[in-house]
Each structure stands twice: as C-alpha cells, then as structure tokens.
Design a binder for this molecule. Structure first.
Ligand code: FES
Length: 163
C-alpha cells in the first residue's frame, strides 16, 4: 500500500517520464521529416540528365574489313563499308521514319523492314518512301591506327577515307 506522502512525488515522476517520452517522440518525428526533406531536396536539385553513350565509336583495325565488304553494326546503328575508293560509314537509320535498316547481301541493297525503302551501298535511295539518302558519317583513323566513326556528324557524300 503506497504511502500518501509519496503520492505527489510519484505523480511528478510519471509526469516527468511522460514529458520525456513526448519530447523523444517529437524529436524523432522531426528527424524523420528532416531526412525526408533532405532526400526530396536532393532529388529536386540534382539535374535531370539522360546519360547517353558517346557518339564516337572505335570500329577496329581497317584490315578486318575486306575490300568490297559491307559490315552492319546494328548495335551502333551504322554500316562500315570498304568500297573500291576507300572506307566510309553510313548511318543505318532510315530517313523515312527512323527504323533501323538491314543489309540484304542477296540483293546487294540496304533494306528498311518498316515501309520498304531500299538504298544502294552508297546510301542512295533506290525504292520506297524515304525522302533522303542514308547519311554519310565522319570517319578517321586514330593515332593507334583504328577506324573511328562519329555517329553525330554527317559528311558530304563520297567523302572516302583512304588508308
Ligand atoms: S522507316 Fe524506313 S521506309 Fe519507313
């Protein structure tokens, strides 16, 4: 049986403990809100940038492309062609609506599977709705002797690279 003299002290202790609990709860809520605000603030302030691969690609050594060959590189969306007058790179992206074309060796043509455009190995349209020839892309030899292609830079037609 508790002593009556102790009751006020006991009530004081309970009130003190309750106050401490509310204080801890409040500080905990503030900490959670602060972390949430920091996360949203970081996401809001960080730039919304799409990181794309470089348009410049290394196509390897020239001797891996025999004269007269058309080599499709669908991963990079280009053709490396070693014609009688030298090397050149063509974009494999159809100028109609942007489908990826395919080399059809049995026809000796580059064909678009979407609406039937066809191009000769120099990129000139020979059939279909494509409004323009396939783009010729800048090509050069690196210091290490590799063929380099800049997929973002078109060059005039018949700008061959002679090695
Ligand atoms: S996208 Fe190639 S013919 Fe239409």
């Amino acid at each position: 049986m508790p002593d009556d003299k102790d009751k006020p002290n006991q009530q004081l202790d309970e009130e003190h403990t309750r106050r401490q609990s509310f204080l801890k709860l409040g500080l905990g809520s503030l900490a959670v809100a602060g972390v949430g605000a920091a996360v949203f603030g970081y996401e809001f302030l960080s730039p919304n940038v799409l990181y794309e691969p470089s348009p410049i690609m290394n196509a390897g050594k020239p001797d891996q492309y025999p004269r007269g060959s058309v080599t499709a590189d669908p991963k990079n969306g280009i053709y490396i062609i070693h014609g009688p007058e030298g090397f050149y790179a063509l974009s494999a992206v159809c100028t109609h609506l942007g489908c990826l074309t395919q080399w059809a060796p049995e026809q000796g043509l580059i064909a678009c599977p979407c609406h039937g455009s066809k191009f000769n190995p120099e990129g000139t349209k020979v059939d279909g709705p494509a409004p323009r020839p396939l783009a010729w892309l800048r090509m050069w030899i690196s210091d290490e002797g590799d063929l380099m292609v800049d997929r973002s830079t078109a060059v005039p037609v018949k700008q061959f690279l002679r090695t």
